[in-house]
Design a protein around this ligand. Structure first.
Ligand SMILES: NC(=O)c1ccc[n+]([C@@H]2O[C@H](COP(=O)([O-])OP(=O)(O)OC[C@H]3O[C@@H](n4cnc5c(N)ncnc54)[C@H](OP(=O)(O)O)[C@@H]3O)[C@@H](O)[C@H]2O)c1
Length: 260
């Protein structure tokens, strides 16, 4: 059984109290993050997270493996720090001076050095440890729907990717860092902001949903703004309907995760 850190217990209690007493407002009672580290910034979702952060007025630092490729993909408004999530020694410099981190890293193959175990579990755990050392205000993790379903065919097809992603999530939930875990279903490359967004909890086996990477990026960045998004794990999908206008209400409707 994991040991509960008293810091996290206090944060969760404060989060619930804030939701009750300040409904209708942006209830982040500590300073909102200003400088955000993005891990996986060169990926398809990561690039959109960077754009969304810049559009929101955040300072952005990207943790990248190939600076030339990153500069070409991300433009010149982003600070680049070279690092590899498999190598913990490269992470403190990437985190130094940042307030929050968003991770959209993902394995690059079922086998080899960037397999799911190395990236979605150990790499994410290395990021979590670095965020703890940095006393980051928040860690937003892009994970996946179906991580609690070991029999899902994706595990056989892709190096137990869902099993390792759940272990990565567990490392974050057990840490002292306030977090938001976003679990999309199938990702698409269409536009964002054109559909209703559905938040669910419980990782139902029957749910089959898709969502665009642009909408996932928006959810990750909105999660930085609201205390109600903290210490929540939830699945996200899209359906026809008007786009979300009240993100605080979306996060506030979620249950906080049970204490680890
Ligand atoms: N595809 C789907 O339908 C789907 C569904 C649900 C959830 N997801 C999850 O959603 C997330 C985002 O997906 P995506 O398709 O946007 O990802 P993606 O395009 O595959 O990008 C993956 C990112 O991870 C980075 N990365 C991999 N290994 C790394 C390492 N050792 N150190 C630093 N960075 C590393 C890559 O950097 P490089 O550019 O250097 O390789 C890249 O920026 C992933 O976690 C994915 O598993 C995907």
């Amino acid at each position: 059984m994991r040991t509960l850190t008293s810091r996290k217990a206090l944060l969760i209690a404060a989060s619930m109290a804030a939701s009750l007493t300040l409904a209708g407002c942006t209830t982040t009672s500590q300073a909102a993050p200003k400088k955000v580290l993005v891990a996986g910034a060169t990926g398809q979702t990561g690039r959109l997270i960077v754009s969304e952060l810049l559009a929101g007025g955040y300072e952005v630092r990207a943790l990248v493996r190939d600076e030339a490729k990153a500069r070409q993909l991300l433009g010149d408004k982003v600070e680049l720090v070279k690092g590899d999530i498999k190598d913990p020694a490269t992470l403190p410099a990437a985190f130094a001076g940042t307030d929050a981190v968003i991770s959209a890293v993902g394995a690059r193959g079922a086998k080899g050095p960037d397999r799911p175990e190395a990236i979605d579990y150990q790499g994410v755990k290395n990021l979590v440890d670095a965020a703890v050392a940095n006393r980051s205000q928040q860690f937003v993790l892009v994970s996946s729907r179906s991580v609690t379903q070991p029999d899902n065919p994706l595990n056989k097809m892709f190096g137990n990717v869902l099993i390792w992603k759940l272990k990565g999530e567990d490392a974050l939930r057990a840490s002292s860092v306030p977090y938001t875990i976003v679990r999309p279903g199938g990702l698409g490359n269409g536009a964002g902001g054109e559909m209703d967004i559905v938040f669910e909890q419980g990782d139902a086996v029957t749910a089959q949903t898709t969502i665009t990477r642009a909408d996932v990026a928006r959810i990750c960045v909105e999660a930085l703004r609201f205390r109600e998004a903290r210490n929540r794990t939830f699945e996200v999908g899209a359906r026809p309907g008007p786009p979300v206008t009240d993100w605080r209400a979306k996060f506030a409707a979620l249950m906080p995760d049970p204490l680890p």
